[in-house]
Design a protein around this ligand. Structure first.
Ligand code: COA
Length: 170
């Protein structure tokens, strides 16, 4: 699958210029999920709330995808990273956000399709099983969206009692 022309993928070898990194930081703060508490918000914004923070995420081997919308503005953002846990490689979806004014119009699904494509490429050249995984707040309505795109509930998060792991085979 070719990446659609309105979706861009960034990583440690292909970083956004500072102006775009700042747009990503602003987008992250503006579309951060409502149900997270102030401490979580502060901790997550520390990791995404500035140009340096975005560039640091990419240095830490996260991938960041953005979808452009009207006048090139960011319509959606997805962040993920491959991690190895007990003999399994997880393509861990750490963030997916659509502009709050553009929800339920297919942005989340189209970004996720590109993520699946990138995660599938990991399978080449590894013997371990590869799966998609994420953690989500138990009361986040995004769980309905996630079920629609093929995720099922896997387990309680061991580090946060408010969150569950959801996953999907590749
Ligand atoms: C979750 C989120 C990314 C979904 O993005 P989106 O662009 O609105 O999703 P899409 O338009 O691609 O939706 C795909 C399908 O899920 C459905 N859907 C999306 N959000 C939904 C919701 N909150 N409740 C019920 N269904 C929903 C859509 O109607 C669509 O259904 P269809 O295939 O039958 O037409 C978006 O609501 C968001 O940014 N939430 C805040 C951030 C957040 O909580 N992220 C955590 C997710 S891991």
């Amino acid at each position: 699958m070719e990446i659609p022309p309105n979706i861009e993928s960034y990583d440690r070898d292909n970083v956004p210029d500072p102006a775009l990194a700042w747009q990503m930081a602003e987008f992250f703060a503006a579309n951060y999920p409502d149900m997270h508490d102030p401490l979580e918000r502060a901790q997550d914004l520390e990791k995404h709330g500035s140009v340096d923070a975005i560039l640091e995420r990419l240095r830490e081997e996260y991938f960041i995808l953005i979808q452009r919308g009207f006048q090139g503005r960011i319509a959606g953002l997805l962040e993920w990273k491959p991690i190895r846990v007990e003999g399994i490689i997880y393509a861990e979806l750490t963030w997916l956000m659509t502009d709050s004014a553009l929800r339920e119009q297919g942005v989340g699904r189209s970004l996720h399709d590109v993520f699946v494509e990138q995660a599938t490429q990991i399978k080449q050249g590894v013997t371990e099983p590869v799966a998609l995984r994420l953690s989500v707040h138990k009361n986040n309505t995004a769980r309905t969206f996630l079920r629609k795109i093929g995720y099922t509930q896997w387990s309680q998060s061991p580090t946060n009692r408010k969150k569950i792991f959801m996953g999907r085979e590749l």
